[in-house]
Design a binder for this molecule. Structure first.
Ligand code: 8ID
Ligand code: ZN
Length: 348
């Protein structure tokens, strides 16, 4: 039975205190499902949303979160292919219009009417969350809901970015921000896709995780090393075939083209506040370097990313906390102290 009230983490507006309190359980509309979120990941996007880092307004009185894995407890009258009892995931793209040129081309993240979980609509920092049936991720039963939660944003996003890089098996990919939530999954997806990995981040805990747990071949410490020189030196002087930028800081965006190999790609994914990227035109042209953005993934990317996980190829470490501890997790994230991802148990 579905309770009338539940616990949520909610804030009035940017930077207002985040309150852990009881709110009504929402009711799904005709094309929506209600998911009893068991675990929710905490993405740096959630912190950007709270701080107001981006030129895109949030919903007032927002419940953040967009990596929610749980069990479907109610479905709207028009929903046919999702049933009560199914395991499902609420991801960043909560819904899209379905009929614009981007939706028609399966580029639904580019839909101008997209609904964003934990940003323009309430997300997964609550025990019961709403998703459009067309967009909730189908999670096979038997997969652990804590470990699969980060796949719903971080996993999909890095898998898509690696595809967008057009790197081939055997080539070398530099993952910048490799010790964070997206980064730790990126190292594993890159390995599973046949790439060789250079991890760029900082500190001994992240270094140890990248080299000994995740399987990167090299670690470059941005606080100690000359990143451009070191990436070049470990790639025979030519640079990495692709650079995946996941860091929450502008400097690595400004540097990446310098250690990207000729004909290679720099893929921008991280979204530091007010950041810009510039590169020397002469070098870009003569070396045919491609600089591009990559934004989450579509529904098929989502199912493929979950499939990699289901096949046992993705085992990034994560820490389990309580929903009631969200503010503390944000503080650790702000200080770049989290190696990997935090996942919150919504029952605590
Ligand atoms: O679709 C998208 N494009 C998308 C999807 C999901 C998330 C984009 N994002 C964005 C987030 O909004 C955020 O801006 O990706 C960024 C990374 O999210 P995250 O992985 O959830 O953040 P994190 O766990 O805090 O990891 C960030 C890592 O970057 C490192 C930090 O040490 C941390 O491990 N880092 C920093 I800050 N500066 C660095 C530098 N100069 C750096 N790593 C290398 N070089
Ligand atoms: Zn995210």
């Amino acid at each position: 039975s579905i309770p009338a009230e539940q616990y949520a983490q909610i804030f009035k507006s940017n930077n207002a205190p985040i309150e852990y309190k009881k709110v009504p359980v929402p009711k799904p509309g005709p094309d929506e499902v209600l998911v009893n979120v068991k675990y929710t990941g905490v993405c740096h996007t959630d912190l950007h949303a709270w701080k107001g880092d981006w030129p895109l307004a949030i919903k007032p009185n927002l419940i953040g979160g967009h990596e929610g894995a749980g069990v479907v407890v109610a479905v709207g009258e028009l929903v046919e292919d999702v049933k009560v009892g199914d395991h499902a995931g609420i991801k960043w793209l909560n819904g899209s219009c379905g009929h614009c040129e981007f939706c028609m081309a399966s580029d639904e993240p580019l839909c101008e009417k997209a609904l964003l979980s934990g940003y323009t609509v309430d997300g997964t920092f609550q025990q019961y969350a709403i998703g459009k049936a067309a967009h909730v991720a189908r999670i096979p039963k038997g997969l652990p809901l804590d470990a699969v939660a980060p796949i719903l944003c971080a996993g999909v996003t890095v898998y898509k970015a690696l595809k967008e890089s057009q790197a081939h098996a055997g080539q070398t990919v530099a993952i910048v921000g490799a010790g964070g939530g997206l980064g730790s999954l990126a190292v594993q997806y890159a390995k599973a896709m046949g790439f060789r990995v250079i991890a760029v981040d900082s500190g001994s805990e992240k270094q140890d995780m990248c080299l000994n747990t995740l399987g990167a071949e090299e670690f470059v410490d941005f606080a100690k090393d000359d990143v451009v020189a070191k990436v070049k030196s470990v790639t025979g002087g030519l640079g990495a075939h692709a650079v995946i930028l996941l860091a929450v800081s502008e400097k690595p965006f400004q540097q990446a083209a310098e250690y990207c190999r000729s004909r290679g790609s720099v893929v921008c994914v991280g979204l530091p506040a007010n950041a810009r990227i510039s590169a020397e035109v002469f070098s870009l042209v003569l070396r045919m370097v491609n600089i591009k953005g990559s934004y989450v993934g579509n529904r098929l990317d989502t199912q493929e990313a979950i499939d990699f996980f289901a096949r046992g190829l993705i085992k990034a470490p994560f820490k389990v906390g309580k929903l009631s501890e969200l503010t503390q997790v944000f503080k650790l994230m702000e200080e770049n102290k989290i190696a990997g991802r935090y996942v919150l148990d919504t029952s605590k």
